[in-house]
Design a protein around this ligand. Structure first.
Ligand code: C5P
Length: 228
């Protein structure tokens, strides 16, 4: 059987996660949050002391660590979502912060780490329709995908959203610090030589800076219908 694949790529904070989740729910597809994989590797690498010497990261050691993780996806209780289980432990919110996002982008520059996560991601498209969220879904992981969207927004708009998000969960947020983090992560993701964050030639480009989440969703949904 053939299962459709929808790729939503773009920088962090552009709204990919929300759109991907809603699409997966709407269509009854599985959801691949590829960023979570890099976050898990980043966190494990940090815990193993592999990110201590930022100037001299050891690609082979990171590859060994990545290959040694038993990463499984399991359909979640909530529709349109897949839980990630690593070494028998369910991964939750502990990887969803800026610090771990930074670790993720440090390990994500290495081809051997990316390669070690490739089959796992591609395998997700063999059992059901898939919505894949990341940086290189449309360019590297699923080049033949049915629908590709590259969702961007200005760094300022993304930082502002992040501040509101943190504040609404009762956390203190420093706009200047968040903006700096976003910008340095963007640079690392866009300038790396392997699978840099960029739009596929056949992707729909959408800038969400001035759009609400509902507007973004409506545009992407109608693009999917047009394509399908
Ligand atoms: O999307 P998210 O913010 O969770 O991704 C965290 C980091 O993981 C990104 O900044 C990027 O460095 C890396 N990543 C990647 N390729 C993907 C998804 C995420 O390199 N497909």
């Amino acid at each position: 059987p053939y299962y459709p694949v929808i790729c939503i790529d773009g920088p962090s904070g552009a709204g990919k996660g929300t759109v991907a989740w809603r699409l997966a729910q709407d269509l009854g597809y599985q959801l691949l949050d590829s960023g979570a994989l890099y976050r898990i590797v980043g966190l494990k690498a940090k815990q193993a002391g592999l990110l201590d010497d930022v100037e001299a990261l050891d690609e082979d050691a990171l590859e060994t660590l990545t290959k040694g993780l038993d990463i499984r996806f399991s359909p979640s209780e909530s529709l349109g979502r897949v839980d990630i289980v690593v070494n028998d432990t369910l991964i939750g919110q502990e990887v969803r912060n800026e610090t771990v996002g930074g670790y993720a982008s440090q390990v994500a520059v290495f081809p051997k780490v990316r390669q070690a996560l490739l089959a796992l991601q591609q395998d997700m498209a063999t059992r059901s329709g898939l919505v894949a969220d990341g940086r290189d879904m449309g360019t590297v992981v699923f080049p033949a995908a049915d629908v590709k969207v590259f969702l961007t927004a200005s760094a300022e708009a993304r930082a502002e959203r992040r501040v509101l998000q943190l504040q609404s969960s009762g956390q203190i947020a420093d706009m200047a610090e968040i903006l700096t983090n976003i910008q340095s992560r963007d640079i690392r993701d866009e300038e790396r030589s392997t699978a840099p964050s960029k739009a596929a030639d056949d992707a729909l480009l959408l800038d969400s800076s001035a759009l609400s989440a509902d507007e973004v969703y409506a545009q992407i949904k109608s693009y999917c219908q047009q394509k399908g």
